[in-house]
Design a binder for this molecule. Structure first.
Ligand SMILES: Cc1ncc(C[n+]2csc(CCOP(=O)(O)OP(=O)(O)O)c2C)c(N)n1
Length: 287
């Protein structure tokens, strides 16, 4: 099991941000803001928290991870490549026709990537899948945990709350949902589009344990997930506060970066703010 120390985790999350910027500059299309905001969450999950074996993605004892908000996949692709699920060089194929890194994720058995178990992109479905998976594992007396990542705007989907009610009712305590609470969604701030507060009270009313943390702080996020693993009798939701576009000054906390890539000048600027790391870039640009 690979576990990086805290300084390496921080450096890896910066590298993953650099990867996301370069991938988007090459594809000239895709989502910048959400993926950049989640670099710490994905680094922590894949380099510290998840019980996984990249050499054997279908390992029977693995923790399951589902990305319900599929548009966030650039950060997932970069993390999976850094964790050696597939070659780093393939990151330059984001959104290319016939490639495995489509604009929304596809699983290995449908020509997608190893480590991906659910096609997503249509918002609202992942929590239902995760709850069913966790229930099935419990029925089989398996110790595996199930994690699912949801966007906060995604919580506007009614199916999320059907799944929340079901998981709460069945006391599915091998399930941890993470909400990317960046207060931004495609059309604006979440409070303007559809008020979610009081969000903690809502999840509690559906019989969930609720934890909150700073999702851009690796130590806080890891200790919160570890706390969630100990909670019994109910599913756990972690409301992880993040900033959309975190790490890039002109994208930070701005919903307009939800679904657009940086152009060359903006990409150069972003990379100058994210200094190179010891892990190295997957591609060098000939500016
Ligand atoms: C069922 C469905 N409806 C609408 C969309 C279009 N859509 C894509 S992303 C998005 C906003 C999601 O907001 P959030 O989950 O907060 O993601 P973030 O903006 O933080 O990346 C919407 C409405 C979709 N993908 N699926």
């Amino acid at each position: 099991m690979v576990k990086l120390d805290i300084n390496e985790l921080k450096e890896m999350s910066r590298q993953i941000r650099r990867d996301v910027i370069k991938m988007l500059m090459i594809s000239k299309s895709g989502h910048s803001g959400g993926p950049l905001g989640l670099a710490e969450v994905f680094t922590s999950l894949y380099f510290n928290l998840l019980n996984i074996d990249p050499k054997n993605p279908k390992w029977e004892r693995r923790d399951y991870f589902f990305l319900s908000a599929g548009h966030l996949c650039p950060v997932w692709y970069a993390t999976l490549a850094r964790r050696c699920y597939f070659p780093l060089s393939e990151l330059s194929t984001l959104r290319k026709i016939n490639g495995r890194l489509q604009g929304h994720p596809a699983p290995a058995h449908t020509h997608g990537l190893p480590g991906i178990e659910l096609a997503s992109g249509a918002l609202g479905q992942g929590l239902s899948v995760a709850a069913g998976c966790a229930l099935g594992l419990r029925l089989d007396n398996k110790p595996n945990r199930v994690y699912v990542l949801l966007g906060d705007g995604e919580l506007d989907e009614g199916q999320i709350w059907e799944a929340a009610m079901t998981a709460g009712h069945h006391k599915v305590d091998n399930l941890i949902a993470i909400v990317d609470r960046n207060y931004c969604q495609i059309d604006g701030r979440t409070d303007k589009v559809m008020e979610l507060e009081p969000l903690v009270a809502k999840w509690k009313a559906f019989n969930w344990h609720v934890l909150e943390c700073n999702g851009n702080d690796i130590e806080d996020f890891i200790s919160t997930v570890n706390k969630g693993k100990e909670l019994k009798g109910r599913p756990t939701v972690i409301i992880a506060r993040t900033f959309m576009g975190n790490g890039v000054s002109f994208m930070q906390d701005d919903y307009k970066w939800h679904g657009v890539p940086p152009n060359e000048e903006q990409g150069k600027q972003a990379l100058s703010e994210l200094s190179p790391t010891k892990f190295g870039d997957f591609i060098e640009f000939d500016w």
